[in-house]
Design a protein around this ligand. Structure first.
Ligand SMILES: NC(=O)c1ccc[n+]([C@@H]2O[C@H](COP(=O)([O-])OP(=O)(O)OC[C@H]3O[C@@H](n4cnc5c(N)ncnc54)[C@H](OP(=O)(O)O)[C@@H]3O)[C@@H](O)[C@H]2O)c1
Length: 341
């Protein structure tokens, strides 16, 4: 099943695999063999595996993968073996990572060492698995994905799905930067969670008029930037919340992908800018070899200062990964979800 020549003894490990695209029912427990790391690779023994919305895109085929495919792109654990040329982590180190390709819903994984970072002692494995991908995403969005005019302390930003995994980190991080985050969420309880996390305002986007509320909050001007991971359902409203020459950051498709855009729309709505960024690009195109560690260290410093508080995430046994997907896609969750192998 696993196409590898460098199998470690006869040991096998448990993983959650798909052999075709579909609903959560295509996710099946499987036994696979962990590979010895080649040059530039490490093998990490997982203590917690993060669940992310991107895992559902891999499962449904929205983002194509090769089969069989072990899902998951994020985990925390301990380095078990390192390949030639790996110097920034060593056997026994506590580490976490957000990887560019799937393979993490498993007891262990061999992967390129570049995105693997050392964890501070204060962060246990479940919380590390809750914050690696989601926190690094907030880092590059708030710190490196900015409108043309510089954001100033007190500026408003609009952030959709503010009570979700990425969203609750964004509420806290924006507050730490002095930005006034207007969060949206699908229920009043979720709005309360966003406010508790640091949002300055919260709008229930299922019951309230988001554009009218944003105009009211910003004195009619709109916001300089919208961070939109909901996609299809919010695209139009997001554009209408922007100030002239504002930036639309479309970074996800929780409600489905944004249909093809008529560029003229950006002219009509006020010389708008649009970007469609990914964490992978930012991890590969940063400050050189240490990009992941530098981005993570900025996040760990916020955690150490208690400006970013990472609650113990909702956990599921590894074998219940399909239920985690049902809950995430069913909008039944808040904060991060983590699988425990
Ligand atoms: N581009 C990148 O680099 C990058 C990296 C990480 C994550 N992302 C994106 O960021 C988003 C958040 O990821 P996450 O893992 O933290 O998930 P999450 O925010 O915890 O869950 C997604 C949330 O989206 C909202 N939503 C709105 N319409 C929905 C619909 N039709 N179906 C399901 N959910 C809907 C729900 O909140 P309400 O009930 O409040 O509406 C739901 O809880 C995802 O879209 C993900 O793809 C992008």
């Amino acid at each position: 099943m696993h196409h590898s020549s460098a199998v470690v003894g006869s040991r096998s490990m448990r993983a959650i695999q798909i052999e075709r695209t579909g609903g959560p029912e295509v996710m099946k427990p499987a036994e696979v063999s962990p590979r010895d790391p080649g040059p530039g690779e490490v093998r990490v023994r997982h203590h917690a595996c993060g669940v992310n919305f991107i895992d559902t895109y891999h499962r449904t085929g929205l983002y194509p993968v090769a089969f069989p495919c072990v899902l998951g792109v994020e985990a925390a654990g301990v380095v078990e073996a390192v390949g030639a040329g790996v110097t920034h982590v060593a056997v026994g180190d506590r580490v976490g990572y957000a990887a560019p390709s799937p393979g993490s819903y498993a007891e262990a994984r061999t992967l390129p060492a570049t995105p693997v970072v050392r964890l501070p002692d204060m962060l246990d494995a479940p919380r590390a698995a809750a914050v690696m991908l989601k926190g690094l995403t907030v880092q590059y969005l708030l710190r490196r994905t900015r409108p043309q005019r510089d954001l100033e302390v007190g500026d408003f930003i609009l952030w959709h799905a503010a009570a979700g995994g990425v969203g609750q980190i964004a509420c806290q991080w924006a507050k730490a930067l002095g930005l006034r985050l207007i969060g949206t969420a699908g229920t009043d309880d979720k709005c309360q969670l966003a406010l508790k996390a640091g949002a300055a305002f919260a709008i229930n986007y299922r019951s309230d008029d988001v554009v009218a509320r944003v105009k009211e909050i910003t004195g009619g001007r709109g916001v300089p930037v919208v961070y939109d991971s909901v996609g299809k359902d919010t695209w139009e409203r997001s554009l209408d919340c922007l100030e002239p020459r504002g930036l639309m950051v479309s970074f996800g498709n929780a409600s489905g992908p944004v249909p093809p855009v008529a560029l003229g729309q950006l002219a009509q709505k006020g010389s708008l800018h649009v970007t469609r960024p990914t964490l992978s690009t930012h991890l590969q195109d940063g400050h050189g070899r240490d990009t992941a560690q530098q981005m993570a260290d900025e996040m760990f410093a916020l955690i150490a200062d208690a400006k970013l508080v990472i609650d113990a995430p909702r956990t599921y046994p590894l074998d219940a990964a399909a239920q985690a997907h049902r809950d995430l896609e069913g909008r039944a969750t808040t904060g991060a979800l983590v699988l425990i192998p």
